[in-house]
Design a protein around this ligand. Structure first.
Ligand SMILES: NC(=O)c1ccc[n+]([C@@H]2O[C@H](COP(=O)([O-])OP(=O)(O)OC[C@H]3O[C@@H](n4cnc5c(N)ncnc54)[C@H](O)[C@@H]3O)[C@@H](O)[C@H]2O)c1
Length: 448
């Protein structure tokens, strides 16, 4: 049986065979790691007329039905602080659901948690669950009917089309990516596949879906692409910070693949009128960050008494932003950003890697003192520099501050304190991510 929503999008011009072949997407419960494969059709319908995700999606485990914001939870949520999206102005006249991709990763999972705690409207979360995706991040949503987790690839057009048809989101927020520069140097192909080809397929489906909308639903639809400041290349010590008009000059396979995706998003707005927005953010830190990235790697190694590897002379400069602030900025751009625009997001907080590592060490010295007054900083070891290592990134956040009134809530001092405390308080989470793939990567990369 063809679900009604499914048929309608096909009529908007998607009748040709889909790239990506048959769907391998699995709709599963919010936080179940082991997906029990049940060959049953699923009725994931949460509002009248919504299409079940069924039929060809055969590897369905279990669905979590969503409820509309007009349901029981809505009143409670209306009263919550921190709500940014005004559905009558920002969200258009469609449904209240948003589709988040990469929502089991570091920033994506923080975003989903913040969204449900503030905006409160349902989230369909599409994530491939690569090594970087972790359903433990979403454990607190296990019984939350507003969250539907779908395991799948943004490049699987059949699956993406089904999700759009079934859930009729008013926005797509694209976090899904391969995100680690060092991995892109060792093996760029996955970066091209997901960041470039995957984003292209997602854009194609968004374009077809948008073309099939009308009235307020069409006017209110948004595609928000989450990108990085690394697309702008490297700055000298005295250079002005990146603005939204700084020419792109990506230097790593990671940043080149993100730059390519940004260009595609821009082109889909310019050529097809897709109501797209792009955000380019500086380095994030906070809970749920996979410990291949600088701050969690340092915390974990320090706690294990292992060397703290710092690239080169440690004087590479990054701007650091607490992840919750990034998520708030994304909600602001989604709600009030001007369609077709890009917004740089940053913390006005430039620091060298060495300063960051020493700060982490000082906080650990306070919280978990070593014997005989020794500091964790004694574990710092300078290692051979990363190939093509960009010297400095800095964000000029004037546009988002001026137009949307964005201000980070956390200073680096408060954010890093919260972050270190979070890692100390969550040994089970650390245990869950530091096995298997993680061990292999650390061994291959650092020879540990
Ligand atoms: N981490 C940062 O400091 C930072 C800064 C600025 C921008 N960004 C951007 O923000 C986004 C999220 O970054 P992050 O640090 O959370 O990354 P992450 O690596 O922690 O998470 C990426 C998520 O995407 C999922 N994913 C990967 N390929 C996929 C695919 N083909 N289909 C569906 N899901 C897929 C992974 O399973 C994972 O859950 C990325 O686009 C990144 O470029 C990150």
């Amino acid at each position: 049986m063809t679900p009604p929503g499914f048929a309608s999008t096909r009529q908007t011009g998607a009748s040709k065979p889909r790239a990506g072949g048959p769907s391998h997407g699995a709709v599963c419960a919010a936080v179940r790691i082991e997906v029990a494969r049940l060959p049953v059709p699923v009725a994931a319908s949460y509002h009248a007329g919504a299409a079940p995700i069924a039929g060809a999606v055969t590897d369905v485990a279990r669905t979590v039905p969503l409820v509309l914001a007009a349901g029981r939870g809505a009143k409670r949520l209306e009263a919550m602080n921190g709500r940014i999206i005004n559905r009558t102005n920002g969200g258009g006249g469609g449904g209240s659901v948003i589709l988040v991709t990469g929502g089991a990763g570091f920033i994506g999972s923080n975003f989903v948690l913040q969204w449900l705690a503030t905006e409160g409207t349902p989230v369909v979360n599409l994530d491939k669950l690569t090594y970087a995706g972790n359903l433990h991040n979403l454990a607190s949503l296990e019984a939350d009917p507003r969250h539907l987790f779908v395991r799948g690839d943004i490049g699987d057009r059949t699956l993406v089309a089904r999700l759009l048809d079934a859930h009729r989101p008013w926005a797509i927020v694209n976090f899904a990516a391969e995100s680690h520069v060092d991995r892109s140097i060792r093996g760029p192909e996955d970066f091209i596949q997901t960041n470039v080809v995957g984003t292209f397929h997602l854009l194609e489906e968004a374009r077809l879906y948008h073309a099939g909308l009308s009235g307020p639903a069409r006017a209110g639809f948004r595609f928000l692409h989450v990108s990085t400041d690394e697309v702008y290349g490297s700055l000298g010590a005295q250079d002005p910070a990146f603005t939204e008009t700084t020419p792109y000059a990506p230097n790593s396979p990671y940043s080149a693949s993100k730059a390519a995706s940004d260009h595609l998003v821009r082109a889909y707005h310019h050529t097809y009128g897709l109501p797209a927005l792009t955000t380019n953010c500086s380095n994030n830190y906070g809970p749920f960050q996979f410990p291949e990235k600088l701050i969690p790697l340092m915390i974990l190694n320090a706690l294990r008494g292992q060397a703290l590897p710092v690239y080169g002379d440690g004087l590479n400069v990054r701007d650091w932003l607490y992840v919750d602030d990034h998520c708030t900025a994304i909600r602001q751009v989604l709600g009030q950003g001007r369609v077709g625009e890009t917004y740089n997001i940053g913390g006005r907080n430039e620091m060298t890697n060495l300063e960051v590592v020493k700060t982490v060490c000082a906080l650990l010295d306070e919280a978990r003192p070593l014997a005989a007054g020794r500091s964790y900083a004694s574990l710092i070891q300078f290692v051979e520099d990363r190939a093509g290592h960009d010297r400095r990134y800095a964000i000029d956040a004037d546009k988002i501050e001026r137009e949307l009134g964005f201000r980070p809530a956390e200073s680096f001092e408060s954010g890093i304190r919260r972050t270190v405390a979070w890692y100390l308080d969550h040994p089970a989470w650390i245990e869950s991510v530091t096995s298997g793939e993680y061990v292999k990567w650390v061994a291959a990369h650092y020879g540990a």
